[in-house]
Design a protein around this ligand. Structure first.
Ligand code: TYC
Length: 112
């Protein structure tokens, strides 16, 4: 790359002629985010849910157990927050793993 990189979102850049060009800050729309919500049920084993939270939502073992218990006690909980495409893929993965193992675990997407 020739010369210093542009300053993101504004700041100053030196022009070819040596003058300082003030940049205008333009609005950059942030992509909307979506929560992947997991719901409690009476049949899916606790250790299966905790292992799934580790595998699919990259939780540590301690985080996964705490979140699984939160869902168990309160009825639902958030596995993670993602762009819509990633969130929908997580839901499909949760349902696929649950169905493969014969459990009724459900999850869904909610706007953040
Ligand atoms: N309630 C389940 C049980 O007692 C455990 C469970 C936790 C199920 C979280 C689903 O999303 C869930 N075995």
């Amino acid at each position: 790359m020739a010369g210093p990189p542009d300053t993101p979102g504004g700041g100053r850049d030196r022009r070819r002629d040596g003058a300082i060009q003030e940049k205008t800050r333009e609005a950059v729309a942030k992509p909307p985010k979506y929560k992947v919500v997991l719901y409690n049920d009476d049949y899916t084993p606790m250790d299966f849910v905790a292992a799934l939270l580790e595998q699919v939502f990259k939780k540590s073992p301690v985080e996964a157990t705490a979140l699984m218990l939160k869902i168990h006690r309160s009825g639902k909980g958030v596995g993670g927050i993602y762009t819509l495409e990633v969130a929908e893929t997580k839901v499909a993965t949760v349902h696929g793993l649950a169905e493969k193992n014969g459990y009724p675990l459900r999850s869904g997407v909610e706007e953040d």
